[in-house]
Design a binder for this molecule. Structure first.
Ligand code: ATP
Ligand code: MG
Length: 248
């Protein structure tokens, strides 16, 4: 369970201070898949960055399974928090092969269930996992990951996250750089992993269609605050015109 307690981020600039995240209190349960909507600049990415630890909070606390992780560094949190970014290039090392990217991911999280090192067994484990994507990439494990399409990379990044002890998946507009078919495939895959692993997930999106289809909770941010928070039952009843009205 993740608890945000009075979480606040203020950016100090030459002019005014910008309150990007303004005193947010939120509890997210395991298996909860939270979709986050909001206009540009409403604080969505800042919220995700605070959770991942790439930004430090100005005030407030982040509690993860009863442990206060507010002071933990990003690399320490990466053992249990995985990220999928808007830019498929952001999550992987372009020059390295698919296999080496999996090695890096395993090293980063020091996951116990993954066999480390240059062993054949590790390669087999990766090959079997990658085959599940049905993209034919299991035959290309030694190709630089930079030579793949954005959709293929997003799928691989998701897969890497599932090989460690990820408990929270953060996704910031994960499909906005993808063509419709690849976007669909990545979303289906994310949805599958979230359910299969029973992890929590938070996804920022500007796609109302995605927001309606995926997740079992939806929140709207405005000016650093959460102004709407709909649970599963309410979310099921929401339609696209209603969501559109949120931005009127
Ligand atoms: N590093 C920074 N320094 C100063 N201000 C920042 C910084 N990062 C974000 N901001 C400001 O904080 C506010 C929230 O930004 P944020 O990127 O979280 O918005 P967002 O909801 O993700 O927007 P978008 O939909 O455009 O991605 C904005 O006013 C932005 O200008
Ligand atoms: Mg953003």
């Amino acid at each position: 369970m993740i608890k945000l307690e009075a979480l606040t981020k203020i950016f100090k600039t030459d002019g005014d201070d910008i309150v990007a995240v303004d005193n947010i209190n939120l509890t997210i349960h395991p298996s909860e898949f939270v979709v986050v909507l909001g206009t540009n600049g409403s604080g969505k990415s800042t919220l995700l960055n605070l959770l991942a630890g790439s930004l430090s909070a100005t005030h407030g606390h982040i509690i993860f399974d009863d442990m206060d992780i507010t002071a933990l560094k990003e690399y320490q949190r990466s053992a249990f928090i995985a990220r999928l970014f808007q830019n498929p290039l952001a999550g992987t090392a372009s020059d390295l092969s698919i296999l080496d990217n999996f090695r890096l991911a395993a090293l980063r999280s020091r996951a116990k269930k993954v066999i480390l090192g240059n062993t054949k067994a590790f390669e087999e484990q990766v090959r079997n996992k990658v085959a599940l994507l049905h993209l034919g990439l299991e035959e290309k494990l030694h190709r630089p990951i930079g030579s793949l399409s954005g959709g293929q990379r997003q799928a691989l990044t998701l897969l890497m996250a599932t090989m460690d002890n990820m408990k929270l998946l953060l996704m910031d507009e994960p499909t906005s750089a993808l063509d419709p078919k690849s976007a669909e495939r990545v979303m289906e895959l994310a949805n599958h992993f979230i359910h299969e692993l029973g992890v929590s997930a938070i996804m920022v999106t500007h796609s109302l269609r995605e927001a309606q289809r995926f997740g079992n909770r939806i929140i709207q941010m405005d000016n650093g605050s959460v102004i709407r928070d709909l649970g599963e039952t309410e979310k099921k009843q929401i339609n696209l015109p209603k969501l559109f009205e949120w931005f009127a």
